[in-house]
Write a protein that binds this ligand. Structure first.
Ligand code: F6R
Length: 245
């Protein structure tokens, strides 16, 4: 069991700034690094801060590569709810990254196995993930690795849990439009990253944060596996850490 570093912040904005500091340090040390990126609401203050620092000339993404955690099955990169679209509009369009060096699983693939294999190979070819960013689902999912009987290693297709579809329906017109499946990096892909940064904000995440880092390690709480990763930092606000002293 490794020691998880926990950084307590007053607000989600402060979470964004403290998280951005890790990117500032990494980009200085390794300008051609590979970032593992995530979507969702929690990383938004971080992405805003990265844009700000890039605009101010403090960060240079010109040699950076990125690989996103996941994508909905059946959505093209132009679909406003696709994770590719999210990354372009919330980050890539506003920083000096070469989009050709950013990858997100292909939601429209006709050959799932080949796409997933190629995704893993690309990450390897690019030297492995230096810093993997994660949010956390209310059920402990990371990426779209939902609670299940075993930890799945590599990039693969998953059926989405109703709880996850419910949580994500706020972005769609109705629950029927929320895809029922997705592609996600596996637990092994995430665990191979040299460093992991998990961000969590809000009272509704307090219970799962506690369970994940202070409860038993089990595939029923996918994030709990991070207790076995040698270099994990959790940056969270008071609300999300309210059950941890
Ligand atoms: C996003 C992802 C998901 C989210 C999680 C939390 O790419 O893989 O695991 O990180 O659902 O989402 P938010 O931050 O919206 O609460």
């Amino acid at each position: 069991m490794h020691h998880v570093k926990i950084i307590r912040c007053a607000t989600p904005e402060e979470v964004g700034k403290r998280a951005a500091d890790m990117y500032t340090a990494l980009l200085q040390e390794k300008p051609a690094c590979l970032l593992g990126l995530a979507t969702g609401s929690t990383p938004l203050p971080l992405y805003r801060e990265l844009v700000k620092r890039c605009e101010a000339g403090e960060l240079d993404f010109s040699r950076v590569r990125s690989a996103n955690l996941d994508e909905y099955k059946g959505l093209s990169g132009d679909h406003p709810q696709s994770y590719r679209y999210f990354m372009n509009t919330n980050l890539f369009d506003h920083i000096n990254i070469d989009k050709a060096r950013t990858i997100v699983p292909d939601g429209l693939t006709s050959d799932v196995e080949a796409m997933c294999e190629a995704y893993e190979e690309k990450i390897e070819e690019w030297g492995g993930i230096d810093l993997q960013l994660l949010g956390i689902g209310h059920d402990g999912h990371i990426g779209f690795n939902e609670p299940c009987d075993t930890f799945v290693g590599k990039t693969h297709e998953v059926e989405l849990e109703e709880l996850t579809r419910e949580a994500n329906k706020r972005f769609f017109n109705s629950i029927d439009e929320v895809p029922t499946a997705a592609y996600t990096m596996g637990i092994g892909t995430v665990m191979s990253a040299r460093k992991v940064l998990l961000v969590a904000t809000g009272k509704d995440k307090a219970e799962i944060v506690k369970k994940s880092f202070f409860g038993p390690v089990t595939p029923m709480v996918p994030a709990s596996i991070l207790q076995f990763h040698p270099d994990v930092t959790v940056i969270a606000d008071e609300a999300a850490l309210s059950l941890i002293d």
